[in-house]
Design a protein around this ligand. Sequence first.
Ligand code: ADP
Ligand code: ADP
Length: 216
Amino acid sequence: MRMILIGPPGAGKGTQAANLVKRYQITHISTGDMFRSAVKAGTEFGTQADAYMKAGDLVPDEIVIGMVLERIAQPDCAAGFMLDGFPRTRAQAAALDAALKAAEVGLDAVVLIDVADALIEERITGRRSDPETKTIYHLKYNPPPAEVAGRVVQRKDDTAEACTARLGKYHKETAPVIPFYEEAGLLVRVDGVGAPDEVFVRITTALEALRTQAAT
Ligand code: ADP
Ligand code: ADP
């Protein structure tokens, strides 16, 4: 299974990806996580990306595209992968499409997690993660257990200001990618409001329906 998770910042992509990759036994590729690892490692690449991320801007296509195409060509992606946070621009979608065509493989589904703008800031500013297990928590909706609460961290770009900038970028740059996948018959649109387990069931049910449809 080769799939994409798309949606505004804070929609629940990372939360759902963690369970979906287990269910479908595929490799999780989060471009945001890849950039954060590079920042932590202090590489020049990381330093470049950090400035864009902190401001809530997108990292330029020429940096992101090369990184992702190299990653999906790795052996652990041969049996399938989940792209979480990529593509985020039309140029990224076109480059992915061309690379998959050249490799003679196709995408199975693109899952759009829909969450209204009004709910995004609260999700973003309340997000915390466990640096040890990478589990994503929310101070209100999914509070970390007592033994983890002391070590959770907040992302530098999870401020109200950067959130507004990221949401603006989402509507301007990323939302225009959606019709491309809709026309290809790959889009699965899921309501991202409700308990994470409910959203997971919505996604897997919709994916099964798409599979059945593709098989008939
Ligand atoms: P979110 O959880 O808000 O959806 P991510 O963790 O996916 O955010 O990404 C964090 C930041 O990393 C983005 O705001 C952006 O600066 C950068 N980034 C991640 N993926 C991409 C991409 N495909 N294109 C450009 N920039 C990206
Ligand atoms: P994304 O990867 O799309 O930016 P995350 O999975 O990191 O989103 O989720 C953003 C924040 O919202 C996190 O704090 C997470 O715990 C919380 N969250 C995720 N899914 C839900 C949900 N269905 N309802 C309420 N909060 C959620």
